[in-house]
Design a protein around this ligand. Sequence first.
Ligand code: ZN
Length: 199
Amino acid sequence: MDSSAPFNQPTGTGWIEVICGSMFSGKTEELIRRLRRALIARQRVAIVKPNMDTRFSDTRIVSHSGSYLPSITVSTADEIPRAIGGATVVGIDEAQFFDMRLVDVCEQLADSGHRVIVAGLDQDYLGHPFEPMPQLLAVAEYITKTLAICVVCGNPANRTQRVAKSSARVFIGAGDAYEARCRRCFSPGSDSVSSPQTT
Ligand code: ZN
């Protein structure tokens, strides 16, 4: 599971790790696991999430399995450098809800010596790359793709099927609104209203 994260961590420089995949693939669980290890090593850790993700809590990042860590909520990516204070390890959850500025912010943090661990959905509900994740994947040193299990056939799943009726790109929900599906069982748009995509 940890094969794509650095075992021998670089010294004298920062770097970017990306954890991405579909919903229910354990992204936040993996982010929490890495941050816990940093906390045990007494490194200074800050965890940031966008203020639109209020499914579980405003002051914590929470995985679907219920583990959590305290977090700071920000409105824009540009608020992150100030929000993290003196932390050297920076976790960012639900990165797909930030705009493209997040890429520059992560690069600047890594350039100035921070370990930046970013978790987010790499595809939207239509299976399209979900910005700014593709750009983050391009500049990251380490990438982990997490896979869920297809609820239809049991294959490894990397798509998120929306089962709620909405055609908005961002539609906050969990098990009631989305399912993990494999490539074969994924049917973009079939269970949702087929109107033009809005962002
Ligand atoms: Zn399937």
